[in-house]
Design a protein around this ligand. Sequence first.
Ligand code: COA
Length: 170
Amino acid sequence: MTKIAVYAGTFDPISNGHLDIARRAAVLFDEVIIAVAVDNYKHTLFNSEERCALAREATKSSPNIRVESFSGLLVEYCRRVGATSIIRGLRAVSDFDREFQMALLNRNLHGGLDSVFLMSDAAYLYISSSIIRNTAAAGGDVSHLVPPCVNAALRSRIDEWRRRSAGEAR
Ligand code: COA
């Protein structure tokens, strides 16, 4: 039986921390699906198509990782694709409470589904997508925290904003 795991998140944008978790999960499972949440009430910098395209580009050299978008309940999506595990990255003790709650809820909703936690690499313990977005927006260099395609997308989105706000100010 093919062991499929789902690694779900907003991925706005996907970071080296996320990629590290996805690649390590890909060693443990036959197939890993990076499931990009379309509608989880977060205001996103990149729309779901853009977030998927960036995740696809960043994982193109990993044959057993694929990227899809999903909406609605995560457990229903896992059922549809035949996944038996949900992958989550743990960065610090502060992540644990929320993860514990989500894992129990998801298992309560779908008994055949287990959450598997991977410790984030020490190099990425402090990063999150919002830290990356905010740093890039303020002109900081995030090239060591994201894959090259994300770095380029952040730069062009920020340049777009600057041009637009300069135009509005005129
Ligand atoms: N490296 C770097 N950053 C990481 C990380 C890692 N290993 N793991 C998590 N993060 C960051 C994310 O980038 C995100 O940062 P941000 O809030 O600054 O954007 C933050 O930590 C939270 O990540 P996560 O806990 O994965 O939340 P999420 O919003 O990205 O995704 C879903 C949460 C989509 C998995 C969850 O809301 C969900 O399952 N939704 C579907 C509806 C559902 O089924 N609900 C019931 C179950 S809760």
